[in-house]
Ligand binder design. Structure first.
Ligand SMILES: Cc1ncc(COP(=O)(O)O)c(C=O)c1O
Length: 392
């Protein structure tokens, strides 16, 4: 049997590798405390689950859904964007619900990229941006994100010959993995740059609702002219602890939204309708859970930062996202450090190199770890330095 070149050349998915290593340890009877995955540990709020169960009992929801989803869901998404960001969308032309934002992020490349075209992707970055470009027969061109520029790409440093073949520019704030945030001024510059170079901008914003210390992230769609050049991906995964239900959305430029809908209508048959009703409830029902969850994450963030700084990692408290991006101690690569933590104290973190070359020297920790495991994990992390001292 011969598999396609396309599949053979796929890089291994980072979390699969980490999960495999963790599984190996567990098989040996060792307990691993994981800070590695950004998957909310707190359950979906009960009123959303109630609506889901009720909708699941209705036979009307046992049949094929429409590719562009229920009009009520598209309207709920448009209303949510209006009240949260003050941006209006036509629910019939500028909104498309997705089976989680990841699938939309992967599929959009097929709408925009032809053979040999460049997709401009952040490095470090969520791996799907570059992989989708490769799957669509295009090429990723990596935009380095560095601490000195607050983890924002230097758009003016992209060579002219790359820009000539570039079709798509990916940005993502609040950022995974660096936890950096961007302001409207940056988004306005992105729109201008895209207009100058005829690029489509895809902003990936699943973390806009996970924010701390009173900070409120902005949406790319608030930038002047954003709708002319691009779309934004968003998700109910992190805002409402719904990663398992698989529901997200794309909003913005009607032509791009329509292209994604046409592509997807040939590939999937929509989102299970009971989940669509749960999403409507999440977006239009009580919103109190968001600030409650953020308060929990903020407390965990502060505990983690304190321990990391004590054991020699440099980390600043992030304003938003589920992540802490920490510089590993001198003399370690991100992989060495991750392996050492796993071996010495049974704690899993994510090595920065997994997100691209510029992630080297950093590790990512997630605040989505239940409190009991957090206490245990932090006590183990605190012990790491003493173990190192004994070995050295
Ligand atoms: C930056 C970023 N984009 C998109 C996603 C995908 O989210 P979902 O498919 O659950 O909507 C994630 C998930 O971790 C992410 O970190």
């Amino acid at each position: 049997m011969r598999l396609s070149q396309r599949v053979e050349s796929l890089p291994p998915y980072l979390f699969v590798e980490i999960s495999r290593k963790i599984a190996e340890k567990k098989a040996k009877g060792e307990e691993v405390i994981s800070f590695a995955i950004g998957d909310p540990d707190i359950p979906t709020p009960p009123h959303i689950i109630e609506r889901l169960c009720q909708a699941a009992r209705d036979p009307a929801n046992h049949r094929y859904p429409e590719s562009d989803s229920l009009p009520e869901l598209r309207r709920a998404i448009a209303q949510w964007y209006q009240s949260r960001f003050g941006v209006s969308f036509d629910p019939d032309k500028e909104v498309l619900p997705l089976i989680g934002s990841k699938e939309g992020i992967a599929h959009i490349a097929f709408c925009l990229i032809d053979h040999g075209d460049f997709s401009l992707v952040p490095d470090p970055g969520y791996p799907v941006y570059s992989v989708s470009a490769m799957l669509a027969d295009g090429r990723p061109y990596y935009l380095p994100l560095r601490e000195e520029t607050n983890w924002l790409p230097r758009l003016n440093a992209i060579p002219e010959h790359i820009l000539k073949r570039a079709k798509l520019l990916w940005i993502n704030y609040p950022n995974n993995p660096t936890a950096a945030v961007a302001d409207l001024n940056f988004f306005n510059q992105v729109v201008k740059f895209a207009q100058q170079h005829n690029l489509v901008v895809c902003h990936d914003g699943p973390y806009t609702e996970v924010a701390f210390d009173g900070y409120q992230p902005v949406s790319f769609m608030q930038a002047e002219g954003a709708k002319e050049v691009g779309i934004e991906f968003h998700s109910l995964s992190k805002s409402y602890n719904m990663t398992g239900w698989r529901i997200g959305m794309a909003v913005g430029n009607a032509r791009i939204i329509n292209a994604l809908m046409r592509l997807k209508s040939n590939m999937d048959s929509g989102i299970p309708q009971a989940i669509q009703y749960a999403a409507i409830e999440a977006l239009t029902g009580p919103q109190g859970a968001i600030s409650e969850h953020n308060a929990i994450y903020q407390r965990r963030r502060d505990l983690i930062i304190e321990v990391l700084n004590n054991i020699g990692l440099k980390a600043k408290p992030p304003k938003a996202s589920l992540y802490i991006w920490a510089k590993v101690p001198e003399g370690y690569t991100s992989m060495d450090f991750t392996a050492d933590l796993l071996d010495q104290v049974g704690v899993a973190v994510t090595p920065g190199i997994g997100y691209g070359r510029n992630g080297e020297g950093y590790v990512r920790l997630s605040v989505t770890i239940p409190d009991a495991a957090l206490v245990k994990g932090l006590s183990r992390l605190s012990g790491w330095r003493n173990i190192r001292r004994r070995i050295v």
